[in-house]
Design a protein around this ligand. Structure first.
Ligand code: NAG
Length: 305
């Protein structure tokens, strides 16, 4: 009897302890915690059943052995370093872009159904972001990348928001920094700008050079006129001089003929022709500076006593 009651007691005790352990295990596996900054949906791993409600931080009870599929409820950062894309001109552009994103809690169930968990989701968001950046690049030409950076950033934001809307994510704090063009393009731009400056300088010089050239032309014209005037005046002087000399010679011959007339004229000295020639001969010899040899008959005797 004592033996029996002892056995019953042990059996009941074991049953109670076993029950307590079972209850502890069941409670333990059906109570799960979400930390600060987390949202999640219950997932019954045995029934393969996804809950419908997005739960926030705290202890939550569910079917034994359930787990939470957890997503961050705060913004996370996504960064693209040296992302290369082609712009409208087909020139390669390198970009640094960073922004904050988070899932819309109200759409968490749809997100989990499509993308499984936070890793799959993040991967898709990254790819969608990259695709948005490539598309944004293709809307801008090279000079716009230089001049319209703020507008480009707006375009990037718009493109990412468009894609993330479908993926139930929101973004904030987008920043595009460090837009680089390839170095050979930079140097081409620089030499183009130098050429533009050179043209500007040449254009500025032009009026000065024109004035200089005009002045030189005027000087040359004036000089030519002076030379022509001088030549004309020289010619006039020479002509005058020649004329005067001619007049003088004519006058001299006239005087001489006058004198000879006196010599041969009956009212004058009344020389005979022979006497006159003899007189001329004497004058020629007298005027000559060198010895003169002439074959004349001896002069006619003028007067012989
Ligand atoms: C770039 O685009 C702007 C605006 O559309 C345009 O005015 C400019 O001429 C373009 N530049 C080149 C080099 O195509």
């Amino acid at each position: 009897m004592g033996d029996n009651s002892g056995k019953v007691c042990i059996f009941i005790c074991a049953l109670l302890i076993g029950g307590a352990i079972l209850i502890a295990v069941l409670v333990g596996t059906s109570l799960k915690k979400l930390a600060t900054g987390e949202v999640g949906i219950k997932y019954d791993t045995f029934q393969k059943d996804l809950g419908t409600e997005t739960l926030r931080e705290g202890l939550h009870q569910g079917p034994p052995g359930y787990e939470f599929i957890i997503f961050p409820s705060t913004y996370k950062s996504l960064t693209f370093d040296d992302l290369e894309c082609l712009n409208k001109d087909g020139v390669k552009i390198s970009l640094d872009v960073t922004y904050q994103y988070k899932v819309k809690s109200s759409k968490l169930r749809a997100v989990i159904i499509h993308f499984r968990n936070v890793d799959g989701y993040t991967n898709v968001l990254r790819n969608a972001g990259r695709s948005a950046l490539h598309e944004s690049c293709s809307y801008f030409n090279t000079s716009q990348f230089q001049a319209e950076r703020a507008i480009f950033q707006e375009k990037v934001q718009e493109q990412i928001e468009l894609r993330y809307e479908e993926l139930h994510a929101i973004i904030t704090d987008l920043q595009v920094s460090n837009i680089d063009r390839p170095s050979e393009y930079e140097s081409a731009i620089r030499s183009k700008e130098r050429a533009r400056e050179d043209i500007q300088v040449a254009n500025n010089e032009r009026p000065r050079l024109l004035t200089e050239a005009t002045t030189k032309q005027r000087e040359a014209e004036t000089q030519a006129k002076i030379i022509i005037d001088k030549a004309e005046s020289d010619a006039r002087i020479l002509a005058n001089k020649a004329h005067t000399e001619a007049q003088a010679i004519i006058a001299q011959y006239e005087k001489e003929s006058e004198a000879y007339k006196q010599i041969v004229d009956a009212t004058g000295l009344a020389f005979s022709i022979e006497g006159f020639i003899s007189y001329l001969g004497v004058r020629v010899i007298a005027d000559a500076t060198n010895p003169v040899y002439i074959g004349l008959d001896s002069p006619a005797k003028t007067v012989y006593p």
